[in-house]
Design a protein around this ligand. Structure first.
Ligand SMILES: [Zn+2]
Length: 64
């Protein structure tokens, strides 16, 4: 699925950081913790939204 726009726990907007996080920490070789620090995502609840996310929308879309 797509990244949720807001953190499930605190409601902070995290979706806007997904593309940059993915490019730098997943596809690039930067440390995910440093990328999150630079993006200003400080709470654990918000960080887990990005760290634990996997884009599945293109996998699931054909079956809808
Ligand atoms: Zn949060």
């Amino acid at each position: 699925m797509m990244i949720p726009v807001r953190c499930f726990t605190c409601g902070n907007v995290v979706g806007e950081h997904w593309e940059e996080f993915k490019a730098r920490a997943r596809e690039g070789d930067e440390d995910p913790a440093e990328v999150l620090d630079e993006l200003g995502v400080e709470r654990h609840c918000c960080r887990r939204m990005l760290v634990s996310h996997k884009d599945l929308v293109d996998v699931v879309a054909p079956y809808q």
